[in-house]
Design a protein around this ligand. Structure first.
Ligand SMILES: [Zn+2]
Length: 678
C-alpha cells in the first residue's frame, strides 16, 4: 500500500460523497450503513433513513449538535427531527432559552459585562414533542444501526462536543471499487469524527474571540483571558487524535485528513503550532506582564506553550523607562487631574461616585478652586461611572472625539464588554483638534488602542516634554490587547498600528500616562518599532490560523451588528433599527443581510425588507436602516414584552456572520417573554 494510492481512493470516495447534497443544503453527505445516511452541516449531523441509495428527506431520525448556536439550532428545527442530541451542559438552552440565558443576561449580564457570554443563542424552546437528549463524554447513542460515540471537546465553546461513528466500507463502495480498495487497504472500517468548530481546513479556527475565557491556570478572569481556552482546545484535539479517526468533518470543512493534503495528525499538529505561535507573539508585547506579574503570565504561557516553556527563551519587549509625574498632575484611582496655576482642575476619567465625591470634596476643602472641564478616555465602567456626577456638580462639559462620543451617549446601542449603562453627553472634538485651557494646550486624538472606541489627550505646557494621556492603551510592558472582544483590528492605519504612528508623529516624543499606571513612561523608537514588528508578524500568523477571508473578520465579533443591540419601545410605537457593517476587506464589498424572527416578534417585516444588500467601501463602516411598525400595539400594552431579531450576514461564499437585536417594551412591571415556535 502506498500513500499515493491511498489518497487517490480516499479522494475519489470523498468527491462522490461531497456531490451528494439536496436542493438548498450545503454540507457533507456520508452513507454510513445500508439503512442510514448522515448529512453534516454547520455543527449539526442529521441522520436520515436511506433506501436504494437515496435518503428520505422528510423522515429524519435524529439531529446531533456539537454546539448550541443559532445556525445549528435553526437547522435542527428545519429538519423536523423528533430527537435532538446535545451536550448535557447546554441542553437547557434548547428547553428554556429564556430561563437559562436571556432573562438573566438582559437583566444582569448585559452591562458591566466581563463574562463574554455568547449571545448567538436560541430565543425560543423546541416544541414539546421533540425529545432533547443531553449527553456526556463516553456516552454512545444508537440511531438504528449507527452508533454515535460522544467526546467532550471544549474549544469554540466551553461545552462543545464531538461525535464519532464507525462505518463499514463495504456498504457504499461498488464491488469493483471494493476489490481495488481491499488490494491497497488493510482496514475495513472507517471512523469519522464530527468535530463542529474544533478545527477547520489544514489546521485553522474560525476566530479568536471565541477563545476568550477564564484562565484558571494563571488565575486570570475572562475579560483578561486572551486565548484562555487554548489549553482545553489542545486537549480536545488530542482526544480526537487518540480515537484514531479516518477523517474529520468540521462545520466548515469536509474530510480533514483526506482532501486537504496531510493527514489528521498533521492538521492537529499544525493547529497547535499556529495557536502557540500566536500566543508567543502576544506574550512578547502584552501589557499584562505589568499588571499580573511574571508568575501568572508564565503560568499562562506554560498552559498554552507546553510544560517545556522556558521564560528565559521568550522574546519580550524591554520594559519602558518610567519618569516622575510633572508637578501639575495628580491622580487617584483611574482619575488624572491637571491642576492649573489658576487653581482650577481639568479632570480625566472618574471610576465611580465615591471618586466623584472625593473630587467634589477637594473643591470644598479648597484643594482645587473649580473643575474647568472633563475628558473620558473610553467607555469602560472603571473610567466613566463617576463622570456625570462631577460634570453636573461643576456644570462643565465632557470632551471627547467622535470615536467615543456615540458609545458614551448611547451605551444601550452597543454590545461590548465593561460597558456601563450610564449616559455621558460628550462635547465633540475633531481628531487632532487643539484647545487652550489656561496655560495648557490640549490636542484630542482618536486612539483605537485597548478598544476601538477610545481616544487620547495630548497635553503641552510651554516647552516641557508633552504628556499623552492614553487611557488603558499601553503599559511599560506593552499593549492592552488582552480582550479579544474589544475590537482590536490588525491592519495598516487601524488599531494599535494607528496608535503607534500617532505616538511617533508627536514631537518631541511624549511621555505616556496610563490611567492604571502611577508614573508616566516612555515608548521610545526602539519599543515602538518592537511592537510594530510583533504586530506585523502576528498578522501573518493569524492569516495562517484563522479560517476567514480577511483576518479582521476573525478578530471582530461586531463586524456586523444591530444598532441598537437592545431597543426599547413604547406600545404602538414604530422602531428604527440599523444593521452596521464594518468592511475589513481591501475592496469595496457587497454584504447580504437576511433577517430571521419568530412568530411572536412584535413588529411587521415585509418580505422585501427581510433580505437586503449593502455595499461598503474598504475599511469603512456603513449601515442600512429599517423602520418597523408594531403588529398590534393594544394587545401588548400591559406587560413588558420582548422580541428577538436575528440576522445572517454574508459576503460571497467566504464570509458569514450572525447578529441579534433585542426589542424590549418600556414599561414598569415584570418581563414576559414570548416563546412560541419559530
Ligand atoms: Zn481601565
Amino acid at each position: 500500500m502506498t500513500n499515493r494510492i491511498t489518497q487517490t481512493i480516499l479522494i475519489a470516495f470523498c468527491i462522490i460523497a461531497l456531490t451528494a447534497s439536496t436542493g438548498c443544503r450545503d454540507g457533507t453527505a456520508i452513507f454510513v450503513t445500508d439503512a442510514k445516511f448522515l448529512f453534516a452541516q454547520e455543527g449539526t449531523v442529521v441522520v436520515f433513513p436511506r433506501c436504494e441509495h437515496e435518503w428520505l428527506d422528510d423522515a429524519v431520525d435524529a439531529v446531533f449538535l456539537t454546539d448550541v448556536h443559532r445556525n445549528a439550532v435553526a437547522l435542527a428545527r428545519q429538519s423536523n427531527a423528533k430527537l435532538v442530541i446535545v451536550s448535557e451542559a447546554e441542553k437547557e438552552f434548547l428547553l428554556d432559552p429564556q430561563g437559562v440565558f436571556w432573562n438573566d443576561y438582559l437583566v444582569r449580564g448585559r452591562f458591566n459585562e466581563e463574562s463574554l457570554a455568547p449571545t448567538n443563542r436560541p430565543f425560543a424552546p423546541f416544541p414539546s414533542d421533540v425529545e432533547i437528549r443531553g449527553v456526556r463524554g463516553g456516552d454512545v447513542i444508537e440511531v438504528g444501526d449507527v452508533k454515535f460515540h460522544v467526546l467532550e471537546t471544549p474549544g469554540k465553546g466551553r461545552n462543545s462536543i464531538s461525535y464519532y461513528v464507525d462505518i463499514d466500507i463495504k456498504d457504499f463502495l461498488a464491488p469493483e471499487d471494493l476489490a481495488e480498495f481491499e488490494e491497497h487497504f488493510d482496514i475495513k472500517d472507517w471512523r469519522i469524527a464530527f468535530v463542529g468548530d474544533l478545527i477547520h481546513g489544514d489546521g485553522k479556527i474560525a476566530n479568536l474571540f471565541d477563545l476568550q475565557d477564564n484562565f484558571p491556570e494563571a488565575n486570570i478572569g475572562p475579560y483578561h483571558g486572551f486565548m484562555a481556552r487554548v489549553p482545553r482546545l489542545i486537549a480536545s484535539l488530542e482526544k480526537i487524535r487518540a480515537v484514531k479517526p479516518t477523517f474529520l468533518v468540521s462545520s466548515r470543512t469536509a474530510f480533514i485528513g483526506c482532501l486537504h493534503g496531510g493527514g489528521i495528525d498533521e492538521a492537529i499538529d499544525t493547529l497547535i503550532a499556529r495557536l502557540r505561535a500566536v500566543y508567543r507573539n502576544y506574550l512578547s508585547t502584552s501589557a499584562l506582564w505589568w499588571y499580573f506579574g511574571e508568575d501568572r503570565m508564565n503560568a499562562s504561557a506554560t498552559a498554552i506553550l507546553g510544560e517545556d516553556f522556558d521564560p528565559t527563551q521568550l522574546d519580550r519587549m524591554p520594559k519602558a523607562k518610567q519618569f516622575q509625574n510633572p508637578d501639575w498632575l495628580i491622580g487617584f484611582s483611574t482619575t488624572r487631574m491637571i491642576i492649573s496655576e489658576t487653581g482650577d482642575a481639568f479632570v480625566m476619567d472618574v471610576s465611580d461616585d465615591r471618586v466623584a465625591e472625593r473630587i467634589i470634596n477637594m473643591h470644598r476643602n479648597g484643594e482645587i478652586k473649580n473643575v474647568g472641564g472633563m475628558f473620558v478616555t473610553h467607555y469602560h465602567h472603571d473610567h466613566n461611572a463617576g463622570v456625570p456626577k462631577v460634570s453636573e456638580f461643576f456644570s462643565v462639559p465632557v470632551y471627547g472625539t467622535e470615536l467615543v462620543a456615540d458609545i458614551l451617549e448611547r451605551p444601550g446601542a452597543y454590545r461590548m464588554p465593561c460597558l456601563q449603562n450610564i449616559v455621558v453627553p460628550v462635547v465633540r472634538k475633531k481628531d487632532g483638534e487643539t484647545m487652550q485651557w489656561n496655560e495648557f494646550e490640549f490636542t484630542f486624538f482618536d486612539f483605537p488602542g485597548q478598544t476601538l472606541y477610545h481616544n487620547a489627550l495630548l497635553v503641552r505646557r510651554g516647552d516641557e516634554r508633552p504628556i499623552f494621556f492614553i487611557g488603558d492603551s499601553f503599559t511599560p510592558t506593552g499593549i492592552d490587547d488582552y480582550c479579544a472582544w474589544n475590537r482590536n483590528f490588525l491592519k495598516k492605519d487601524k488599531g494599535y498600528l494607528y496608535c503607534l504612528d500617532k505616538i511617533r508623529s508627536i514631537e518631541p516624543l511624549p511621555l505616556l500616562v496610563n490611567a492604571h499606571v502611577d508614573l508616566p513612561f516612555e515608548m521610545d523608537a526602539e519599543r515602538l518599532d518592537y511592537i510594530e514588528r510583533a504586530l506585523r508578524e502576528r498578522m501573518e500568523l493569524l492569516a495562517d490560523l484563522l479560517a476567514v477571508p480577511e483576518i479582521n473578520f476573525g478578530l471582530d465579533h461586531a463586524w456586523c451588528r444591530f444598532d441598537p443591540f437592545v431597543a426599547e419601545f413604547q406600545p404602538g410605537e414604530e422602531i428604527t433599527l440599523k444593521m452596521v457593517i464594518t468592511n475589513h476587506f481591501d475592496e469595496s464589498s457587497e454584504f447580504r443581510i437576511e433577517l430571521e424572527w419568530d412568530k411572536a416578534f412584535p413588529f411587521h417585516i415585509t418580505p422585501s425588507e427581510s433580505v437586503r444588500e449593502l455595499t461598503v467601501e474598504p475599511g469603512r463602516e456603513r449601515s442600512i436602516e429599517w423602520t418597523l411598525t408594531p403588529k398590534d400595539g393594544h394587545a401588548i400594552s400591559e406587560e413588558v414584552k420582548i422580541g428577538f431579531l436575528s440576522a445572517r450576514v454574508t459576503s460571497g461564499d467566504s464570509l458569514t456572520g450572525r447578529s441579534e437585536a433585542v426589542m424590549k417594551m418600556s414599561s414598569s412591571g415584570h418581563i414576559v417573554i414570548n416563546s412560541p415556535e419559530f
